[in-house]
Design a protein around this ligand. Structure first.
Ligand SMILES: [Mn+2]
Length: 163
């Protein structure tokens, strides 16, 4: 199963469009948006309707809405993915709290955003940050992630940077 991971689009539906038109986005069956901001995730769901599912959480720049989720657990291809923006787990300093929360939720993958800096860390828990698709701090252009997930296998993750 091909999963697309995106975060921190901060109102740029243009960045979402650019991501969707990238060849790496082809065949994505599930998109995860790690927050900032939820209307972008709703836009993503609208434009991929019938092709992909979208799961998302709220970030620190999201106006708290009734029913807004800050953490979610997504089950896919025999894996459990802990999805959160990260601002409540101190991710600017360390992902230890994030990994602890993911482990307590029985997850083998943790996805976060917030820092606008991409990360792929493998270990007991695979830790993923797609960077910001619109306002990166680590590169000039935005980035997102694609992940191939198969039951009983370690996830194969690829960071996609816009040229
Ligand atoms: Mn944020």
């Amino acid at each position: 199963m091909k999963i697309g991971i995106v975060s921190d689009s901060h109102g740029s539906t243009r960045a979402i469009d650019r991501m969707l038109s990238h060849p790496a986005a082809e065949g994505v069956a599930l998109w995860l948006h790690a927050g900032d901001i939820t209307p972008d995730a709703e836009y993503l769901a609208m434009v991929t309707e019938g092709k992909a599912k979208v799961r998302y959480v709220a970030g620190n720049s999201d106006w708290p809405e009734p029913g807004a989720r800050y953490d979610d657990v997504v089950e896919a291809a025999g894996h459990r993915i802990f999805l959160t923006h990260g601002h409540m787990y101190g991710v600017r300093f360390t992902t230890k709290m994030l990994c602890d929360a993911a482990g307590e939720s029985g997850c083998d993958i943790a996805v976060y955003g917030h820092t606008h800096v991409a990360e792929i860390s493998t270990g007991h828990i695979t830790v993923l940050n797609p960077g910001s698709v619109a306002r990166p701090r680590d590169v000039m252009q935005g980035s997102f992630l694609v992940m191939e997930l198969e039951q009983g296998k370690a996830p194969a993750c690829h960071l996609i940077r816009f040229a």
